[in-house]
Design a protein around this ligand. Sequence first.
Ligand code: ATP
Length: 302
Amino acid sequence: MIEATGLTKHYGKTVAVDNLSFTVQPGRVTGFLGPNGAGKSTTMRMILGLDHPTRGRVTVNGKDYGSLHQPLRVVGALLDAKWVHPNRSARAHLHWLARSNNIHTARVDEVLEMVGLTQVAKRRAGGFSLGMSQRLGIAGALLGDPEVLMFDEPVNGLDPEGIHWIRQFMHRLADEGRTVFVSSHLLSEMAQTAQDLIVIGRGRLIAQTSVEQFIKDATEDTVRVRTPQAEQLRELLSGRARVADAAASDGALVVHGVESSFIGELAAANGITLHELSPQLGSLEEAFMQLTKESVEYHAHE
Ligand SMILES: Nc1ncnc2c1ncn2[C@@H]1O[C@H](COP(=O)(O)OP(=O)(O)OP(=O)(O)O)[C@@H](O)[C@H]1O
């Protein structure tokens, strides 16, 4: 578990993180979202003791990172996939990391196997593709078999196969009961990867909730309806729902404020033929734009 309380970081006059409090639960993948410059990397660095809070506190399994006896056994992180000596082989890199952290080197082959790099273990890490480098970075994070894992923008620049692999891998880690905390600015990706979200804007907490609730709260569900008796349906719905024309100008109506079952029953009771009746769920993108709009606008006007 990761717990932040009143976490604050100033760089000179810049307030990078502003009184942030949140909890990241074990057994779940938690997405860390925010527009550019929101303070995600700064927060992750403070969790790992690479930066010190100006005020407040953040703990991993109840302890400050600095007071962890063997930190790699508690928290593993992938912050920068290219942080590898280019002339070292994947195995040599992990051996070095294991030795310098008092971890048995037998674990190296285990983690290489877990991330699917056994075949290329002897190759120079400098020649690895981005996807392979990400796998190596994840292998490094797993060396100490930690309960808490953090990934900063792990799918950045990856192809669809690489993205799919990382997504599945994170789910597997969470299913094993680990705490998985992952930052991304790819919102649609996060909707498929994370179960919970922590959303920040300008260093401040905007939301801590499940992905499902986040979308529900921030977007309004609508129903798309196509009927040859559009005017009649419009009249029946007036006063009960807001009806607009679909942007695609294909004759469809977009109904706000009532459930699809209500529209279906109303149509049936009035002999209206429906060619389409489809509930439209709000997207995470919409939700994100909606919720972060204020913090972005607020600062644009400063
Ligand atoms: N070492 C530093 N010195 C001065 N300012 C910094 C430093 N690190 C971060 N900042 C500032 O703090 C704010 C938060 O930056 P941070 O990198 O944590 O955001 P982020 O959410 O990770 O952004 P991105 O999605 O663009 O990576 C920004 O205004 C940034 O310019």
